[in-house]
Design a protein around this ligand. Structure first.
Ligand code: C2E
Ligand code: CA
Ligand code: CA
Ligand code: CA
Length: 279
């Protein structure tokens, strides 16, 4: 019994050690990935609901370690946030998206706008306002062409800091979108307090839009509220024509989703969407 106990204990610590070293390993690899430029930005088209024209793109990061499979942000953003590496990573994504927009400008493809995700941890750990304005100035991208996506939870968690950031961004013309709208813990009071330019209806309400009356009621209430408040509204995760038809019916302004395309590398985005100007 004694030896079995020791074995169990031994197995347990080994497991914990493996777990801890896997985490350490991921952190080290993330750090190295940043300095080795192993990250890439993919772009997902944003389209007008009424006529299908290309309005912009959302920039979404991926990790491509050499010789390995591409890693999804869901698998490394949480660790990047925990370790603070999100500060460097987020700044890199922003810089890269702005650079890409200017490169497309130079090629004669003028995409109206690009949306970049900002994590609550960036807002908490860094003076993001100053960083953003600096990156914009360096890239030469007009502030009006940049949209920043923050979740409701980020806004709520970072309270005053977020409020100051939003004021600063507003003053310079950067637009603000609320990501995953309807899923966070929040009050609607911030819609009054902050000047928000766009609500992005979370994919969870769009998924069963054609089959679930409650989802349709929620989506249509969000659209009505946004329209009344003069805030733009965009649907995420649109995967079929039935959803798109309903979005048109309820007056939603723009959409993104697999029904047009998943996020794709810049070259594909150019060939498939920038050349055509629609989906
Ligand atoms: P998100 O900001 O809500 O981005 C939308 C996610 O939905 C993307 O996943 C996109 O590929 C996926 N998606 C788009 N259309 C459809 C659809 O029709 N059906 C389905 N099932 N999915 C769709 P992705 O690229 O894997 O990103 C996941 C999350 O990782 C993002 O969610 C965002 O929270 C985070 N993320 C990605 N890039 C960045 C970044 O640069 N910075 C920060 N802070 N977070 C990022
Ligand atoms: Ca987003
Ligand atoms: Ca979202
Ligand atoms: Ca999301």
């Amino acid at each position: 019994a004694k030896s079995q106990g020791r074995n169990t204990y031994g197995f347990y610590t080994e497991d914990l050690t493996r777990f801890a070293s896997q985490r350490l390993d991921l952190e080290t690899r993330l750090r190295r990935g940043l300095s080795n430029e192993e990250f890439v930005v993919f772009y997902q088209p944003v389209l007008s609901v009424s006529d299908g024209t290309l309005l912009g793109a959302e920039a979404l990061v991926r990790w491509q370690p050499p010789g390995e499979q591409m890693i999804s942000p869901a698998d490394f953003i949480p660790m990047a946030e925990e370790t603070g590496l999100i500060v460097q990573l987020g700044e890199w994504v922003l810089r890269e998206a702005c650079r890409q927009m200017r490169a497309w400008d130079a090629q004669g493809f003028v995409l109206p706008s690009v949306a970049v995700n900002l994590s609550a941890e960036q807002v908490r750990r860094q003076d993001v306002g100053t960083m953003l304005l600096q990156v914009l100035a360096e890239s030469g991208l007009a502030a009006e062409r940049l949209e920043i996506e923050l979740t409701e939870s980020s806004l709520m968690q970072q309270g005053e800091k977020a409020a100051m950031l939003l004021d600063q961004l507003k003053q310079h013309g950067v637009r603000l979108a609320i990501d995953d709208f309807g899923t966070g813990y929040s009050s609607l009071a911030y819609l009054k307090r902050f000047s928000i330019d766009k609500l992005k209806i979370d994919r969870s309400f769009i998924k069963d839009l054609a089959d679930d009356r409650n989802d349709l009621a929620i989506a249509s209430a969000i659209v009505a509220m946004a329209n009344a408040l003069d805030i733009a509204v965009q649907a995420e995760g649109v995967e079929n024509d039935a959803q798109l038809a309903l979005l048109k019916m309820i007056g939603c302004g723009s959409w993104q989703g697999y029904s047009c395309s998943p996020p794709v590398p810049p070259v594909d985005f150019e060939q498939r969407f920038l050349l055509a100007g629609f989906c």
